[in-house]
Write a protein that binds this ligand. Structure first.
Ligand code: CP3
Length: 344
């Protein structure tokens, strides 16, 4: 087991005392970095995820540049469903696009269970990274069943999730069969990463905020819970994140998370009342703040650190991913600033 138990990041996830508030940024690897754009030239997104040399380089780039407290594995939430047999692509500027959307029971046959042999490049890249990263922890991740289902059913990104909700409410047996399969694939994908040495995992239910709490608990939570509880014996902190999930924070914690990711809409002192004394929080600076000038960044980062003190543990992050247009120098400066003001 290579879990870096003594790192500030893992300690904060567990609610233990830390020398400073640990920092990382969702989407820290990627288009905000010129060195990323350079190595990706002429190489498709999915292809880049299947090349351990590139995955390693791209994952390390933001660690070298910003001095963040954790690396996040470079991949995408649709990588395991592609490995399971779904024909899809990641279209620049759009996101995942599925050739034949999943709409009927027969379509489920295109979602086979996966093992490490379906994603050997993930196993290899995690091992290379753990060796390169030394005492910086690596975060593994996967998409949660609801968010994955939304891409498979809609066929691509959506604003309303109409077809997704139509299946959820109108064909609950098919819905549960689909989410059960997705939960199995997701759990296998995370287990591959844990076996190869990641120090934590994050389950991204990015679009769960489209649901009421009652419907989340009824149609989604059992499946996310199967993934998170399936990792109970893995010995790594489990982070559970979504956008616009203020009313779901309590349920998302109960689903089996050690850390609940919070977007910028809910202050961390309010969030921790909902997630309770047994869970750490992660977040939650609005990614748009990074465009408002350094004085505003300082003021808002200070507020996030202060509000984070109300929780048993706090991992500093943005409320959602780094925007591609972000000036990377601001992220470097912000990392140092959060370390400085939180030093104890
Ligand atoms: O630094 C990191 O966070 C690690 C890598 C990472 C990527 N995708 C790489 C990526 C992670 C953690 C993800 C997760 C992911 N992918 C999520 C959950 C996080 C979130 O943002 O809520 C979701 C919903 C996806 C699906 C997806 N993939 C979208 C919406 C997009 C953006 C489409 C676009 O071009 O604007 C992608 C593509 C993607 N995934 C890119 C990267 C670096 C950009 C593609 C490129 O560089 O060509």
């Amino acid at each position: 087991m290579t879990v870096l138990q003594d790192s500030p990041f893992v300690r904060a996830c567990r609610g233990l005392p830390v020398p400073h508030t640990p920092v990382w940024f969702m989407r820290q690897a990627g288009r905000s970095l010129p060195e990323y754009r350079k190595v990706r030239q002429g190489i498709g997104m999915l292809e880049s995820c299947r090349r351990p040399d590139l995955v390693t380089e791209i994952t390390l780039q933001p660690v070298r540049r910003h001095g963040v407290d954790a690396a996040i594995f470079y991949s995408d939430i649709v990588v395991p469903v592609a490995a399971a047999g779904i024909d899809l692509d990641i279209v620049p500027g759009t996101g995942p696009v599925v050739a034949e959307p999943v709409r009927a029971a027969a379509d489920l046959e295109r979602l086979r269970p996966i093992t490490v042999d379906d994603v050997p490049y993930v196993d290899e890249a995690v091992r290379l990274l753990v060796a390169e990263l030394g005492d910086t922890p690596l975060i593994g991740f996967a998409g949660a069943p609801f968010t994955l289902a939304s891409y498979l059913i809609e066929g691509g990104p959506s604003r309303t999730y109409l077809k997704t909700k139509a299946m959820m409410y109108g064909a609950p047996d098919l819905w549960n069969a689909l989410l059960t399969r997705l939960a199995e694939i997701t759990l296998s994908f995370l287990r591959v990463q844990v076996a190869a040495g990641v120090s934590a995992v994050q389950l991204f239910d990015s679009w769960a905020g489209a649901l009421s709490e009652a419907d989340y608990r009824r149609y989604v939570m059992p499946h996310s819970s199967a993934v998170l509880r399936g990792l109970l014996d893995a010995g790594v902190p489990r982070i559970h994140f979504g956008v616009g999930t203020g009313v779901l924070l309590e349920a998302m914690g109960e689903a089996g998370a050690d850390v609940v990711g919070v977007d910028w809409r809910t202050p961390l002192d309010v969030a921790t009342k909902r997630t309770g004394p047994d869970r750490a929080v992660q977040g939650n600076l609005d990614p748009a703040i990074l465009f408002a000038g350094w004085d505003v960044v300082e003021r808002e980062a200070r507020r996030v650190v202060e509000q984070g003190r109300a929780a048993p543990g706090h991992v500093f992050n943005l409320g959602h991913g780094v925007m591609p247009e972000t000036d990377p120098e601001i992220l470097t400066r912000l990392t140092a600033f959060v370390h400085e003001i939180s030093e104890r």
